[in-house]
Design a protein around this ligand. Structure first.
Ligand code: 13P
Length: 252
């Protein structure tokens, strides 16, 4: 069985005192949760603080991006080695804001996936279509490309270390959520693609999160779907109490 995996993506929000207050409150709120994996992906500047606050806790720590080289003359970039060093265990790669605002390509994202795994960081690979692509019935084509290109060259054992986040771009930060049925259908399709690349048992083992306006009032119905294994939460992860409620989604 796939353990539910609830992740927060703080994006470019919070400074140190805010992160410290959140860290203490959130740790208390989720301290008894053992049947779900809990992750916060924070800005680079807060990772050291959070790593100290959540040392020996049930809260995992991740970054939101990285470069694919271990070190070198790459001004302004951050390496997988540096993320490991500061205490990150996960890294979000290929988020739609990086694909569309910062023009990251599938080829670049694939290099980053390889580099993360080579340095013992677990990638969350984001995939998802734009509104115009959905309206043109291109959801499956776009998502398939993101998955196939993202996993290119990965062995089966490395593939098993990757989490996928299906984030339809039109649902991010808009208050529009994909219906649980629509999201589940895309997750089923992603599993079919994974089974074609690897095999069905590998496809069954890889966790697929849904992301896009996940909130306290829709998480239960999303998580009730058999192929939705977790959530990648933006706005609603910024407050400790609302994110703790999402982590504690009720099984229906
Ligand atoms: P929102 O939950 O704010 O829609 O953001 C989703 C997201 O992009 C998570 O990575």
């Amino acid at each position: 069985m796939r353990k539910p995996f609830i992740a927060g993506n703080w994006k470019m929000y919070k400074i140190t005192p805010e992160a410290q207050a959140y860290a203490k409150e959130f740790k208390n709120l989720v301290q008894n949760v053992t049947d779900r994996d809990i992750l916060i992906c924070a800005p680079f500047t807060l990772l050291g603080t959070l790593a100290k606050e959540w040392n020996n806790s049930n809260i995992l720590l991740g970054a939101q991006n990285m470069y694919f080289e271990k070190e070198g003359a790459f001004t302004g970039e951050i390496s997988p080695l540096q993320l490991k060093d500061i205490g990150a265990q996960y890294v979000i790669l290929g988020h739609s804001e990086r694909r569309h605002i910062l023009k990251e390509t599938d080829a670049l994202i694939n290099k980053k996936v390889h580099a993360a795994l080579q340095n013992d960081l677990l990638p969350i690979l984001c995939v998802g279509e734009l509104l115009e692509e959905r309206e043109a019935n291109k959801t499956e084509t776009v998502v398939k490309t993101h998955v196939v290109e993202g996993f290119k060259g990965l062995s089966q054992s490395d593939a098993l270390k990757v989490t996928i986040a299906y984030e339809p771009v039109w649902a991010i930060g808009t208050g529009k959520t994909a219906t649980p049925e629509d999201a589940d259908a895309v997750h089923v399709f992603i599993r079919k693609v994974l089974a074609e690349i690897y095999d069905s048992s590998t496809a069954e083992a890889i966790r697929i999160q849904y992301g896009g306006s996940v909130k306290t009032d829709n998480v239960d119905s999303l998580m009730a779907k058999p192929n939705i294994d977790g959530a990648l939460v933006g706005g609603a992860s910024l407050k400790a109490d609302s994110f703790a409620r999402i982590v504690g989604f009720v099984k229906i």
